[in-house]
Each structure stands twice: as C-alpha cells, then as structure tokens.
Design a protein around this ligand. Structure first.
Ligand code: FAD
Length: 392
C-alpha cells in the first residue's frame, strides 16, 4: 500500500512514521525547500496522548532534553511594578503530562526519525488530484492508495478536494504575529508579557543566546487581505497601546527575516475524508494557531489515522477513514471551544480584565495546588480535549 502525504510539518512526519511501521510505502511532498528545523518558529505544547505518541516513537528523551526552559514570566505594566510568576505555577493547571518545545526543533526530530524510510520530496506540491492519483508540480504522477493532506491551515489538498478555504474557516476575531529579534529588553531567560485591552504580547528567549522571539495577539474585527499582512499592519494595529518597551520591540518587526502575521481561525468541517483522500492536523481540524493545542491534536490525529489504516486493503480505506473521524470527533469538537476561551483569557477585553489578570498573577503562587490548577486550566482547555482519546 502506498500513501502520498502533502506537508512535512508535525502531522505529516508522524503519519509517515506510523504508516511505514505498519508496512506502507510513503511519499511526502513538501512545499518548502527543507524542514524548518532548529529553533525557528514558536513554542508549542505536547499534552497527554501526544506525549505518548512521541514516546512510542522513541523520541521522548530527545524531546524532553530540548524542552523550552523559560522558568519565569514577568508581566510589565506602564507606571507600575512588574509582577513575576514561575512558569511551573502557570502551567500546573494545564496538564500533568506536558512538554513545551520549539516547533522547529520538534519538526527536525520528526524528520530525522523518518528520513531513511520515507521518500521526501521538497519544493514539490500536488497540482491535481483525481481520487488517489496525483499530478505533482515536478511533472511526475503518483498512483497512491491514500492521499493525506497534512499541509496546514491553508491546505491545498483540502482546497482541491473540498473547495475553497473560506467555506471551511471560522475567523476568531484576532491576529497572531511572530518574529525573531535581538534580546532588546535584556530579559534573558524570562518571558516578558504585556497586556492592554484587545492586545497581548510576549517576548521569550530562543535556544540561541541573545535572540528572542516576539509573539503578538491582536483582537480586531478587521478582515486584513492576505497581501496586506506585513509589519506595518502589526505596528498600526498595536499602536502605542502596550507602552514604550513594546514600541521598541515593534521597531524590529520590519527587519525580521521570519516575520509572520496570520488570522486566528479554526478549520471546521463535518467530515474531512472523501474516498481515498483525507486530512490530518491543522488542514482538517485546526483549532486556531497559538490558542488551541493544534500540535497535540495534529500528532495524536496522525497516530489514530495510521492505527486505523493498519492491515487494511485498498477497498477498506474509506471505512478506515470513517473510523478515524469517529475516533477524533470528540477531541475535535472539544478543540473548537478552546480557542475562543483561551483568547478571552490571554487577550483582555477591558481595563478591568487587565487589572484582574495582574491580580491573578499575584495570587496564583499563594493558592493551594487544586485551586491553582483550576485557575490556570483555561476551563479544562487544550490538555483536556485529548483526555477521552484512547491510543491503540
Ligand atoms: C505562532 C504560533 C504559535 C503556536 N503555538 C502553539 C502552542 O502553543 N501549542 C500548540 O499545540 N500549537 C501551537 N500552534 C499551532 C501549531 O503550530 C500547529 O497546530 C501544528 O504545527 C499543526 O501541525 P500540522 O502538521 O497540521 O501543520 P503545520 O505544522 O502547519 O505543517 C504544514 C506543512 O505543510 C507544508 N505545506 C503547506 N502548503 C503545502 C502544499 N501546498 N504542499 C505541500 N506542503 C505544504 C508547510 O510548509 C508545512 O511544512 C502555534 C502556531 C503558531 C503559528
């Protein structure tokens, strides 16, 4: 059996690994020239079952060794004293089994674990799809038994099979921007946080000494056209709302080689499989970047998909894909409630909520364990969505 996977992010390599283990031949096409490995990208979370998937791949020691080491978060407020909190206190409510790691580091490890057994084709995309027969951008044709779109929020396999993106995307009313900059705040290993109504920013260290990464969340009903998503738009949307320190951070946006600005949207589909074609990870059920636990859902979803495809014949694939959707239906439904909740918690809507956030940061370390966990769990958020998932 032969699988063609589009996308070598998180879901693609996890699916490739497990399908290969189950005896499949696997081809992965990836639009980019290589894996965006290293400490590029952003910090992502692996919770519960997603940690189990990584452990079953034999990667947990490496992943744990490379986990981010931000031990303190400091909230800066104009004209007020900063408030610091141990990140362990903040993460205590998220999950007992949780690893935070830079996305690029994880992607590099997943590629390493599959590169010898999987046919990776970089700078290659699927141009046309007819069932599981794909014409690729290099002119070749692949006759596969299964096509899996693991090509992220703006999935091409989804567009080719299920129609244009707007039909499946729900905008959550906010934008996300990320870029790398020198450690201009001099905060070293501390995560620096800033909030104001409808705005939040954090600046955190990368694995490269002297380099930080800035992450902005901006709530706005504006619909920014795709060709107008540059540093100038971020600067306009934030204005001087987060104070002079953040203005200094914004000055580095235009010069950043890795500037990224995208809408925070969810992918909502009742079904994400058709015949021998299916979607996995953000492509099929993205819960919203930075707010929904998408990495965990992508890793766990890929594992479940591969498990359902174990020992099937070509004729049994559509039924296996139906079982995959059923197994993930609960977590996916749950994930859709998380993004808006997390956004509301981390991007205050009013001055009162800005004040309340600061008070909560003061309070959290003094609370007894169970109360602290309840306050920091985002209402049973990203970690809880995978609680009901049983890995075979
Ligand atoms: C700033 C930011 C912060 C985040 N923070 C968190 C977090 O804290 N916790 C968390 O769980 N998640 C977080 N996420 C979300 C997380 O990164 C994604 O949910 C996760 O990476 C999904 O994995 P994926 O494999 O489905 O998609 P992706 O990782 O997006 O991979 C898709 C791959 O497909 C490739 N591709 C795209 N188009 C094509 C094409 N036409 N043909 C071939 N290849 C293509 C891309 O180059 C990429 O390699 C965050 C996301 C962002 C942007």
């Amino acid at each position: 059996m032969h699988a063609l996977i589009s996308g070598a992010g998180i879901a693609g390599p996890v699916l490739a690994y497990w399908l290969h283990r189950h005896g499949w031949q696997v081809t992965v096409v990836e639009k980019a020239a290589g894996i965006r490995a290293g400490d590029g990208g952003h910090a992502v979370d692996l919770f519960g079952p997603a940690v189990d998937v990584i452990e079953r791949m034999g990667l947990l020691p490496r992943v744990t060794a490379a986990r981010t080491a931000n031990d303190t978060i400091t909230l800066f407020r104009t004209g007020r004293d900063p408030i610091s909190l141990a990140t362990a206190d903040l993460a205590g409510g998220i999950s007992g089994r949780h690893v935070e790691i830079m996305r690029g580091t994880l992607a590099g490890m997943l590629h390493d674990a599959t590169r010898d057994d999987v046919d990776y084709r970089f700078e290659t995309v699927i141009e046309q799809l007819d069932g599981a027969r794909a014409v690729l951008s290099d002119g070749s044709t692949v006759e596969a038994d299964l096509v899996a779109g693991a090509d992220g929020l703006h999935s091409r396999v989804r567009a080719l099979t299920f129609g244009p993106e707007p039909d499946h995307r729900r905008f959550l009313g906010a934008y996300l921007a990320v870029y790398t900059l020198p450690d201009v705040l001099g905060t070293g290993p501390t995560v620096a946080a800033f909030t104001a109504p409808d705005l939040a920013a954090t600046v955190y260290p990368t694995l490269t000494p002297g380099l930080s990464r800035a992450l902005f969340l901006v709530r706005t009903p504006e619909d920014l056209p795709l060709d107008r998503r540059g540093p100038d738009q971020l600067t306009r949307l934030v204005g001087d709302g987060l104070g002079p320190r953040v203005s200094a951070i914004l000055e580095h946006a235009a010069g950043a080689g890795d500037f990224y600005l995208d809408d925070i949207s969810q992918i909502r589909m009742d079904s994400w499989s058709r015949g021998p074609v299916t979607l996995v990870g953000d492509a099929g059920y993205g819960p919203g970047p930075a707010v929904g636990g998408g990495t965990s859902l992508a890793a766990a979803g890929a594992y479940v998909l591969a498990a359902e495809l174990r020992d099937v014949t070509a004729g049994e694939i559509p039924t296996a894909l139906h079982r995959y959707e059923q197994a993930l239906a609960g977590p996916v439904r749950h994930s859709r409630r998380i993004g808006p909740k997390v956004l509301d918690a981390i991007v205050p809507r009013s001055r009162l909520q800005v004040w309340a956030t600061a008070q909560a940061m003061r309070l959290i370390p003094r609370l007894p364990g169970p109360a602290r966990r309840r306050l920091t769990s985002f209402g049973g958020g990203p970690a809880a969505m995978l609680d009901g998932l049983v890995l075979r």
